[in-house]
Design a protein around this ligand. Sequence first.
Ligand code: P5A
Length: 440
Amino acid sequence: MRFSRYFLPTMKDTPSEAQIVSHRYMLRAGMVRQASAGIYSWLPMGLKVLRNIEQIVREEQNAAGCNEVLMPTIQSADLWRQSGRYDDYGKEMLRITDRHDRDMLFGPTNEELITDIFRREVKSYKDLPLNLYHIQWKFRDEVRPRFGVMRGREFLMKDGYSFDVDKEAAELAYKRVFVSYLRTFRRMGLTAIPMQADTGPIGGDLSHEFLIQADTGESEVFFDSDIVERDVFSADLSKPEAANEAFDYLTSAYARTDETHEQSLYEAQVPEERRRQRRGIEVGHIFYFGTKYSEPLNGLVMNEQGQEVPVHMGSYGIGVSRLVGGIIEASHDERGIIWPEEVAPFHIGLINLKTGDDACDQACEGLYSKLSAGGVETLYDDRKERAGAKFADMDLIGLPWQVVIGPRGLEKDEIEVKNRATGEKEVMSMGAVLNRFLGA
Ligand code: P5A
């Protein structure tokens, strides 16, 4: 992509409405613009990152045996009346009336709708276990939308739902998702810490939040450093023993601050030198709630004994749009964003220090077309701008690699390659640059 043709409206100055670093950088790097309170338009570079995150989530869900569906954003109120949540949900739910005076709503979550799909199609334990997920916009009329996309009113969520014939099978499904979530976040360059959680309006008695470490996080979490360092993620989740073992290991030593009981458990289990305390941002939340929805909504299946029983369910959420902000909170410096490779909007930022200079233009154009042909996503800064402005923009948008071509270096076949994360610079020939990024 050529910068001159890319819709990337960067800003030098710090927007006054943004209180936290990710919000400031998302606005300054031209990723999003506010449409109304807690509601955002995604501009090309923000959208690219959002899609990259979404794709990692999708691949890991599919790898864990989940099936992707797509349910609508607008739901009928009837199902929510059956589950009893129509009144319970209160003002957070955006209620809509259609032209026939029917009560509709913009979905804040989908437990009811997925149970409706299930009850129409699935009748027997033989069709279980089943896990259905979708990646769809939600609306929650938060009292205080803030921090940009981190606490929006409209936001993108991956929500998945598991169906099992009994509690034991349902708990195993829960554990599989649990481990697959840690893998998902790890692929995004994040270490997520699971923490026992309250269930709130979703309900149930078993629940975990997944927190990524960032100073601006809203929750405090204690954990065992050994857990985030040891690799239990390679467990084969199709094997019950492996999923059980990984889950037991990973949940053995986390605690939240406000619960004295857990605090002492944590201190009993974790040697002092491995105790860590951090602030965290909740990027995922999972629930096992048994028959809370299947009972009122008649989500029944025939079990092995030939009896009709309400199906056991869990639900599993990842804040896809929140993750865009969360990753920036976890990975930035005073000059801008530092994208982990896996979610970066482009791999390389190519800077032409003197657009209009024949030699520079030729070298940059040649490199840009070779990288593009080789499938290496490159943002080529071909604008007629001062070098300083180009450097500042490139640091701000945080692509993993910067390749800098200027007239003086070119005379000696010298190109500068900078790693955005470490700041390390290397000077190399055009041939070496091609070799580095194209392996040719
Ligand atoms: C689980 C999936 C649920 O809604 N039902 C379906 C369950 N859980 S949750 O914890 O309420 O939300 C799941 C994740 O969504 C993100 N999230 C938000 N992101 C941005 N703005 C918001 N206002 C917002 N609310 C929730 C969080 O990452 C949360 O973990």
